[in-house]
Design a protein around this ligand. Structure first.
Ligand SMILES: NC(=O)c1ccc[n+]([C@@H]2O[C@H](COP(=O)([O-])OP(=O)(O)OC[C@H]3O[C@@H](n4cnc5c(N)ncnc54)[C@H](O)[C@@H]3O)[C@@H](O)[C@H]2O)c1
Length: 253
């Protein structure tokens, strides 16, 4: 597989967790990486941790729900490094909220971050990718909503399934411009956000994973790297599950 040297990547929600795992793999593979996050200080600190080998990584504050932030982000990448080859639209939130407690405001908020956020990031990068006639977009969806359900996550599952609907039609629209859009579907990945769900949740989840361990952010990073490769140019509108076999069993065992 060709090195990512000379490629420019944008990763949203990259200050920690899966986004940082994706950014780390893309940087290690040679790409220049713009790490965007709501928490600008954390994004800059994360980027500093990825430049040890003299490579280029930059952290910026950006809210995926804000159109002007996404436009600025794409503009920054082009201004500094001249292109945008890879977009990992990863930023997302997953608060546990049972249906009876789910308010309209909470539902709208999660849709805005997880779905509109992915849409705005894609839209911001499309003009440059179209001009290059090259682009690899990878969305971070989830097994939740796309393949399975989980009590307390109806709102979240709706957003992650919606991202796949967005992906499939968008993939058709941009195909002629040499741009692919695919999605990774992580299972249970050890991140700060995942740890916040508490020990009872993590104990239950671990018992359901055939490979016997939680995923690491880099496990998702390598899947994104594969879909972001030049050689993956004939794959579009597809999903890749990274879950240690969690959704495989025919029945609970
Ligand atoms: N951890 C898992 O087990 C798991 C499983 C499936 C899918 N996912 C998905 O992976 C993605 C990352 O999850 P994680 O576990 O790394 O979460 P995390 O909470 O550890 O990290 C998320 C990062 O996104 C940033 N962020 C949140 N809202 C943002 C916004 N509006 N704009 C920009 N940045 C924002 C946060 O500041 C944080 O740095 C999410 O889309 C999540 O739904 C996670």
């Amino acid at each position: 597989m060709e090195s990512l040297h000379g490629r420019v990547a944008i990763v949203t929600g990259a200050a920690r967790g899966i986004g940082l795992g994706i950014a780390g793999v893309l940087r290690a593979e040679g790409a220049d990486v713009l790490l965007a996050d709501l928490d600008g200080d954390a994004a800059r600190a994360a980027a500093a941790g990825l430049t040890g080998d003299g490579g280029r990584a930059l952290g910026v504050q950006a809210d995926v729900t804000a159109e002007q932030d996404m436009q600025r982000l794409a503009g920054d990448a082009v201004q500094r490094w001249g292109r945008i080859d890879i977009l990992a639209a990863n930023a997302g939130v997953y608060p546990h909220i049972p249906l009876r407690e789910l308010t309209v405001a909470a539902f709208d908020a999660i849709m805005t971050i997880n779905v509109r956020g992915a849409l705005l990031a894609i839209q911001a990068c499309l003009p440059q990718m179209t001009e290059q006639h090259y682009g690899r977009i990878v969305l971070t969806s989830s097994i939740t909503g796309s393949l399975v359900g989980q009590p307390g996550y109806a709102h979240y599952g709706a957003t992650k399934a919606a991202m796949l609907g967005l992906m499939r039609s968008a993939a058709l629209e941009v195909a002629a411009a040499g741009i692919t859009i695919n999605a990774v579907l992580p299972g249970n990945i050890k991140t700060p956000g995942f740890d916040d769900l508490g020990p009872e949740h993590t104990r239950r989840m671990l018992a359901a994973i055939p490979l016997g361990r939680f995923g690491e952010p880099a496990d998702v990073g390598w899947a994104v790297r594969a879909l972001a490769a030049r050689e993956s140019g004939y794959i579009t509108g597809q999903t890749l599950v990274i879950d240690g076999g969690q959704v495989l069993p025919e029945s609970g065992q």
